[in-house]
Design a protein around this ligand. Structure first.
Ligand SMILES: C[S@@+](CC[C@H](N)C(=O)[O-])C[C@H]1O[C@@H](n2cnc3c(N)ncnc32)[C@H](O)[C@@H]1O
Length: 216
């Protein structure tokens, strides 16, 4: 059997966003991805790193990382004011440690909206929503320009598993292509650390995501 894998979102609709946030409370494998992202941030030789999350969403990863790390400074970028409101609520007491930045990743000037230069740029389940390989490649290029030498980009996002007969929405594509786009952006030795919830034969839109890491 084969079919289509993708998802429809209404990122600016308050009811949709709250319902989405309620349904997608992170599962155990998703928490493992958060820990993996945090470990990559902590491999940097910076005691108090500036972290930028692209596509803050409801703030689940931000909360997970901030609860475990008192030292880092966190900036969360999202184009949806509604999602930023939900993130403030979910972050609760941690919200004062986050700078909320409203910007559109499809607008190539987004780096000029940042409050501070990040040592680490991180993202989970967001960049596929930009809708094309071209848009993801642009984010990789802007991230490379924005990071200092020694900085890291960690993208945990939905991918198309190798060997599947299913059709995937254009923002979900193979790990090998992500690594090619990261190299084209300037990153010397990008890698995929792990492929989560692997399912090639009968996938849902919530399965098949990889943790991609690239050092500048
Ligand atoms: C699935 S959520 C991210 C979840 C988040 N990593 C977490 O752990 O809670 C994806 C987010 O990407 C944002 N997004 C989608 N397209 C965007 C764009 N063009 N510019 C900025 N943010 C965008 C959406 O508004 C949404 O909040």
């Amino acid at each position: 059997m084969a079919g289509f894998v993708g998802a429809q979102h209404e990122f600016h609709d308050a009811e949709f966003v709250q319902g989405w946030a309620d349904r997608f409370v992170p599962s155990p494998p998703r928490l493992v991805l958060f820990d993996m992202v945090h470990a990559e941030i902590r491999r940097l030789s910076v005691p108090e790193p500036n972290v930028l999350e692209l596509g803050l969403g409801p703030g689940y990863m931000a909360r997970h990382i901030l609860e475990r790390d008192q030292a880092l400074r966190y900036e969360g970028l999202d184009f949806s004011a509604v999602f930023i409101d939900v993130a403030r609520r979910i972050l609760g007491d941690l919200a004062p440690r986050v700078t909320f930045t409203q910007a559109d990743l499809l607008d190539q000037s987004w780096p000029t909206r940042l409050t501070r230069r990040p040592h680490a740029i991180v993202s989970t389940w967001a960049l596929h929503d930009l809708g094309s390989q071209h848009a993801v490649a642009d984010v990789y290029a802007r991230s490379y320009e924005t990071l200092p030498p020694g900085g890291v980009l960690v993208n945990g996002d939905f991918i198309k598993p190798d060997g599947t007969a299913w059709i995937y929405e254009p923002g979900r594509f193979e790990v090998a292509r992500h690594l090619e786009l990261l190299r084209q952006a300037g990153f010397a030795d990008p890698m995929s650390l792990h492929h989560f919830e692997v399912e090639a034969d009968n996938p849902t839109a919530a399965q098949n995501y990889a943790c991609l890491v690239a050092m500048k």
